[in-house]
Design a protein around this ligand. Structure first.
Ligand code: 8YV
Length: 328
């Protein structure tokens, strides 16, 4: 039987599914392995089911038998893909199954930031609310406003699609334009980054984290945004320069932010904690039971098929670097 590691805690029935095909070492205690510990655990493994663990050449070098690493996430910035391909190791991810759930959270954060929901709740919980007043906790409108989507991939499109019901204008910026029929369906207009920053009332970041997308939003970009604009990040920490964002929010150079991801998470910039105009969630973009189950099962499908077992043997549904399979 081939041996696999499940590096993080996951649904017990998914472990049971994997155990039908493999000798499984699991980590239901959810210990956070260092790179060296992970490398040592992978030394005798043929495959791994991971969720966000960093895997680079130093880990792969310790794992001579490793064939497939399945990430329970769509984003795979935790993988050094050049090292994977050099080592002939297949990487897989979990696209599509989380598009709608993640787009929902993007909207929740954008609306909560625009309508000052966290601040409102804190006021109530503190017991300090003593009367209604005409100018209390005034926010900015979502309906009829301009939505700016940076990163018009599958999740970006799901974010943009929701704008129709709110009568919003949609502008987007992406590495390349999406197909004309998608632009038409979403009623989304392709603009350059500077135009988007200047014109959008609400900006949502939905792009993959790569060296090129590092600090897509920094001090210079924040300076171009409207003073009432909101910024929502459901992509990755590192796409925003969090220190610059703290300053911009503090000085009210932008209106508010909704953040699900942070540079250096699970730590976050301490400046966010004192700011009233930011809504914070701990990387829960895909966190619904149905979606997390779909992700876990897709990650299992990829590992089973990638290691040439099960009904889809040899045909993992969502490989990242399928070209390595030709070299096996
Ligand atoms: C994951 C995510 O839950 O899919 C992604 O890229 O950010 C989340 O859905 C998280 O990365 C843990 O793997």
């Amino acid at each position: 039987m081939k041996k696999i590691l499940v590096s993080r805690a996951v649904f017990p029935d998914v472990i049971e599914r994997l155990a039908r095909y493999f000798d499984v070492e699991s980590n239901q205690a959810d210990e956070m392995y260092t790179r060296a510990e992970l490398g040592a655990k992978l030394a005798d493994k043929d495959g791994a089911f991971v969720a966000g663990n960093v895997i680079d050449a130093s880990v792969l070098e310790q794992a001579p038998r490793l064939r497939v690493v399945s990430n329970m996430a769509v984003g795979y910035n935790n993988f050094d893909m050049d090292a994977f391909t050099r080592a002939g190791v297949l990487a897989t991810n979990t696209p599509n199954v989380l598009n709608e759930t993640t787009a929902d959270l993007g909207w929740a954060l954008m609306m909560a930031a625009a309508r000052r929901m966290s601040e409102s709740e804190r006021l109530l919980r503190s017991g300090a609310w003593d009367r209604w007043s005409y100018d209390m906790l005034m926010g900015v409108d979502i309906h009829g406003a301009t939505l700016g989507v940076i990163g018009m991939g599958r999740i970006g499109q799901a974010v943009a699609r929701r704008a129709k019901g709110f009568g919003m204008r949609v502008v987007y910026y992406n590495r390349s334009r999406v197909a004309p029929e998608i632009e038409r369906e979403l009623n989304a207009e392709y603009v350059d980054k500077a135009t988007l920053l200047r014109t959008a009332d609400h900006i949502v970041l939905v792009l993959p984290y790569t060296p090129e997308s590092h600090h897509t939003i920094g001090a210079a970009e924040l300076a171009q945004m409207k003073p009432t604009a909101t910024l929502t990040n459901i992509a990755r920490g590192g796409i925003v320069d969090d220190a610059a964002l703290v300053e911009a929010l503090r000085e009210r150079r932008i209106g508010a932010a909704g953040l699900d991801v942070f540079e250096g998470e699970p730590k976050l910039h301490p400046g966010f904690l004192d700011l009233p105009n930011v809504v914070l969630t701990p990387h829960i973009g895909s966190a619904t039971l149905a979606t997390r189950r779909a992700m876990a099962n897709l990650a299992a499908d990829n590992l089973i098929a990638g290691l040439n077992e099960g009904p889809q043997a040899g045909h993992p549904p969502t490989p990242i670097n399928p070209e390595v399979m030709a070299r096996w």
